[in-house]
Write a protein that binds this ligand. Structure first.
Ligand SMILES: [Zn+2]
Length: 261
């Protein structure tokens, strides 16, 4: 331990349509995206970010996701679940102190309720919306995941501002970045070696980051592009490596656990 490290993992892929990622593009053609999650190893403990697709989807996708599994098809094995992968990488999962949720879409909540005693950190606006979504978002939030029993939730209030220093030492900063969802947040991690900005779905591809295309899944297009502007300013100030949320090309070049940043 001793130094801050960032590990990158992947819970398989999601089969979807190109237009789910690129607004009004692709003419209905199929697409497949990686589903990453991240773990920060900090002297105070392990911080899991998102956790990817829940492991139940490896064996019973329709039982877990219902009809959503017809058009967002999860592709993963049981060994791809977040707990199993962390253990395979040699991380002691009893050290997990926090689970940070960028947002509560179905492919990001794989860690919820899997680490006893961990504090789960999410924007309050995201949880409020996830529990009563509008019709077109109903399938994106799986109530059985976000309402698991015995979870210690910690809600970040809008009035606290756009930046939240998770551990009080500047190593992990949660940055409000709404647009993809109403209460989305991105994560700036300062490791012993470099700064990494996990945009997550505030920029699910580098084309969104570079302002070449609008994303396909949107709560608010205007908020989404303004959040990218804000995150680009953060990147300029920190020199951080920017990691898009579901970019097949960029993700293929990332170091995977047990390697780390
Ligand atoms: Zn999402």
């Amino acid at each position: 331990m001793g130094e801050v490290r960032l590990y990158m993992f992947q819970t398989g892929t999601l089969k979807c349509k190109y237009h789910d990622i690129y607004l009004n593009q692709g003419e209905g053609r199929d697409w497949e995206i990686p589903v990453p999650f991240y773990v920060v190893d900090h002297p105070r403990g392990l911080i899991v970010i998102d956790g990817g697709t829940p492991v139940e989807c490896a064996t019973d996708p329709h039982g877990h996701w219902g009809a959503t599994a017809d058009f967002f098809v999860p592709v993963l094995d049981e060994k791809d679940g977040c707990v199993a992968q962390m253990q395979a990488a040699g991380l002691d999962t009893s050290r997990v102190t926090h689970v940070v949720l960028s947002h509560l879409h179905l492919d990001h909540v794989g860690a919820v309720g899997r680490f006893p005693g961990a504090r789960h950190v999410v924007q309050r606006t995201e949880m409020d919306y996830a529990r009563s979504p509008d019709w077109f978002q109903v399938g994106a939030y799986i109530q059985s995941d976000i309402n698991r029993a015995g979870v210690d939730w910690f809600f970040l209030e809008d009035s606290w501002g756009d930046f939240y220093d998770l551990l009080g030492d500047g190593t992990i900063t949660l940055i409000r970045s709404p647009g993809h969802t109403v209460g989305h947040q991105s994560i700036l991690v300062k490791t012993a070696h470099q700064n990494v900005l996990l945009a997550v779905d505030a920029a699910d591809t580098l084309d969104h980051w570079e302002e070449k295309a609008l994303p396909g899944a949107l709560h608010s297009a205007v908020d989404a592009v303004r959040s990218v502007r804000k995150l680009r300013a953060v990147q300029e100030n920190t020199g951080a490596l920017v990691v898009a949320g579901h970019d097949p090309e960029q993700w293929a070049a990332m170091k995977r656990a047990p390697a780390y940043y």
